[in-house]
Ligand binder design. Structure first.
Ligand code: ADP
Ligand code: MG
Length: 697
């Protein structure tokens, strides 16, 4: 149960002055509709109302505040019909006059709010119109006593259509006095060392900025709140992870014999990274706990073999294994590479994708549930509701887009205590791994199989397009395959498609029918057909929008041209380049850019030229773009943080991580005073669901 002292924070925002049901609905979509949501909505700018000159001396264009008397209302003739004429109110004091100007005004409201003879504090941007001072739509017109309640330096919050700055500001300022004092959940020592205030003061401070510096993410009050949020997040991940380790999984002793037979079939020795990852998985699966492991390795680092070794361990122990690929093409590719080995080992397997329909699908389902099939390879069709395994032991997910924590958990519901291995080719920096995948154990595969030729990467201006296009001739004469990638950049897919089609036409004019095109508007089967012709060499130059399926393996492809390379992010460029350099022949990558290049684009292209190390590229990407973007919150399974800005606060992550680790060692059930306070922190960030991990037993 949520502690009652938090009730005011979780009251509806409509309990705040100025927020009616209609705005409440708007807020629900924009900030969240509880008081706490508004308090987590931080100001982005401010207005300084300290400038209080005389009417005689005020400078044009500045925001100024005056103490004036209302002198005269000047309504436009025919109010209501000619609403484009302004409504004016003349005000003044001993130093001069100012007109307040309103367009589309409601006269009745103005007469009530500004009765002639009343004294008002009036604040807004001053301008001079035909020698007269005026303020169009003043920000405030209030009696002294009410005006004094407003902050002198007024925070300005991010807005959405239908929500006015003033209303939002007033509501938030009205919420501040209701803030309860909460017990401190941070270590006293740490607070002192960082020079941070308590939570209560920190919230007040961020909503009452005194100057622009107070709005900086590095302002101590903001840093403290960011730490709190990251702490809540990491604590939950740690609790989820601990709980998973407690859950009974099944122990699958190492399958030495079967694994050795696979190794004997492989035409290559394993890399050190592969061996280490296999050892991690072997130990996880042999232990009686459920495995949830992330295998992080660049494109081409050889993750599939690692997964296969895990699958054998399940199969050797009489369980089934499933390998889920993000796309049809990739599922087929896995089937093509793994199938022959599986056959050789006498393992019964089947391919299951959305294309297996009707009778075939019925047979597939039957075989799975009867246990006639030991390994299933497929797309998400494998995890649909009607799919039942007889005895699923290991689910391997070769992911394209990163899943969220919830989805990862859901994967394992197809059996009892199913081990889960998630593979990703998107290397992310170590600090962010903790944030995005804190609930998983991680194996990283930094080495690549030996004998790979480095990809010769060149950065070339679009001015030399003709030269580049001509040079492809030599390459394809020797049997090379070329990818030519055009970016998706405009809002309209059709415009982008047109650009790709134009490029295909231009290349067709030189190279004829060996040029093909593949794009996102094509049906899956059409795409597959084109890819198949490219793989078979019937097409030598494949023009593609960025839909080239991640992971598609065409070893003969040795040239990658990326047009408008300056428009791609580093991670994307790296992924695309990973399509070449997979075979024995020397590969090259041409990054065609259109100048002038900005600093960041220039830096990106330089990094691409200098390294092929995905982890290094990821670190650089983080430096250049910031964490939010590297992870792309939506895809990453990262919650969208409200107070923490990963770009600015990434350096807090290691401290948060250590903090959580130590805390759970000392106080595993959060029973100490600090632990109790942390429970409130979890409520504050709506991580109530974590409470169930805190029961003893
Ligand atoms: P990933 O899925 O990590 O991108 P794959 O598992 O598809 O990489 O492997 C890419 C290619 O490298 C495949 O052709 C695979 O057979 C080959 N390969 C895997 N491990 C090794 C190794 N240790 N030595 C040489 N080649 C390897
Ligand atoms: Mg792969």
């Amino acid at each position: 149960m949520r502690p009652t002292r938090l009730d005011t924070l979780f009251a509806d925002a409509t309990t705040l002055p100025g927020i009616g049901p209609k705005l409440g609905k708007l807020l629900a979509e924009f900030t969240g509709d509880k008081v706490i949501d508004l308090l987590f909505h931080l100001p982005a700018n401010l207005i300084d109302r300290q400038y209080r000159p005389s009417l005689a001396e005020v400078e044009d264009g500045r925001i100024a505040t005056f103490d004036v008397e209302v002198m005269k209302h000047d309504a436009p003739p025919n109010m209501g019909k000619r609403r484009n004429l302004p409504y004016r109110i003349l005000c003044g004091n001993e130093t001069g006059y100012v007109s307040l100007v309103f367009f589309r005004a409601r006269g009745d409201w103005l007469t009530k709010a500004m009765p002639v003879g009343a004294r008002r504090m009036v604040s807004g941007r001053v301008e001079r119109f035909r020698e007269q001072l005026q303020i169009v739509h003043p920000d405030h017109m209030l009696p002294q006593a009410e005006f004094e309640k407003l902050p002198i330096v007024e925070p300005v919050y991010p807005l959405t259509a239908g929500l006015s700055a003033k209303v939002l500001m007033k509501a938030i300022q009205a919420a501040l006095p209701q803030l309860p004092a909460l017990p401190e959940w941070q270590e006293a020592e740490w607070l002192k060392q960082q020079g941070w205030d308590d939570w209560h003061s920190a919230v007040q401070t961020v909503h009452r900025p005194e100057n622009m510096a107070a709005l900086e993410p590095q302002n101590p009050a903001r840093v403290r709140l960011a730490y709190d949020e990251l702490l809540a997040h990491q604590l939950v991940l740690a609790l989820v992870r601990r709980d998973r380790k407690k859950q009974q999984g099944r122990a699958y002793p190492a399958a030495d014999e079967m694994q050795a037979r696979l190794l004997a079939l492989l035409p290559f020795p394993l890399t050190g990274s592969q061996e280490a990852a296999i050892a991690d998985i072997r130990a996880d699966m042999a232990a009686p706990m459920r495995m949830l492991r992330l295998l992080q390795g660049d494109v081409g680092s050889g993750k599939t073999v690692v997964a296969m070794m895990g699958m054998l361990q399940a199969v050797a122990n009489g369980a089934q294994a499933a390998l889920m690929a993000p796309t049809e093409i990739l599922a087929r590719q896995h089937a093509d590479t793994l199938g022959p080995w599986l056959d050789e080992l006498g393992i019964k397997w089947q391919l299951m994708t959305a294309r297996n329909k009707g009778k075939l699908r019925a047979e597939n389902l039957e075989a799975l549930s009867a246990g006639d099939v030991q390994i299933a390879i497929g797309t998400h069709a494998l995890f649909q509701d009607d799919v039942a395994f007889q005895n699923l032991g290991l689910a391997v997910v070769d992911e394209q887009h990163r899943f969220g924590v919830q989805q990862r958990m859901a994967l394992s519901t197809k059996g009892h205590g199913v081990d889960v291995l998630v593979m990703t080719a998107t290397p992310i920096p170590r600090t962010l791994t903790l944030t995005a995948y804190g609930d998983m154990d991680v194996s990283r595969m930094p080495d690549k199989p030996p004998g790979r030729q480095p990809v010769d990467t060149r950065v070339i201006s679009m001015d030399r397009y003709a030269e580049v296009a001509q040079s492809l001739g030599n390459a394809i004469k020797d049997g090379a395959r070329v990818y030519w990638v055009c970016p998706l950049v405009s809002e309209s897919e059709l415009i982008d498609l047109a650009a790709a089609e134009d490029r295909a036409k231009a290349l067709h004019a030189i190279y004829g029918d060996t040029v093909g095109i593949v794009h996102g508007q094509m049906k899956a089967a059409e795409k597959d057909a084109v890819m198949a012709r490219f793989a078979a060499g019937e097409i030598s130059i494949l023009v593609a929008t960025t839909v080239i399926e991640v992971g598609v393996n065409v070893p003969e492809a040795t040239v990658m041209v990326i047009e408008h390379a300056e428009r791609f992010g580093l991670a994307q460029l790296h992924q695309l380049r990973g399509r070449v350099g997979r075979g024995r022949d020397k590969s090259s990558c041409v990054l065609l850019y259109r100048g002038p290049l900005g600093e960041t684009s220039k830096a990106r292209l330089t990094i691409m030229r200098e390294t092929e190390d995905g982890f290094k590229i990821a670190e650089e990407d983080l430096r250049l773009r910031g964490a939010g973007e590297v992870l792309g919150t939506r895809q990453s399974g990262l919650p969208a943080f409200r107070l923490a800005d990963l770009e600015a606060h990434a350096d807090l992550l290691p401290a948060v991580h250590d903090d959580v680790k130590l805390l759970l060692e000392r106080d595993p059930l959060l029973k100490s005073p600090r632990g109790e306070a942390l429970r409130e922190l979890l409520y504050l960030f709506r991580r109530d669901e974590a409470m169930r991990f805190l029961q003893s037993g």
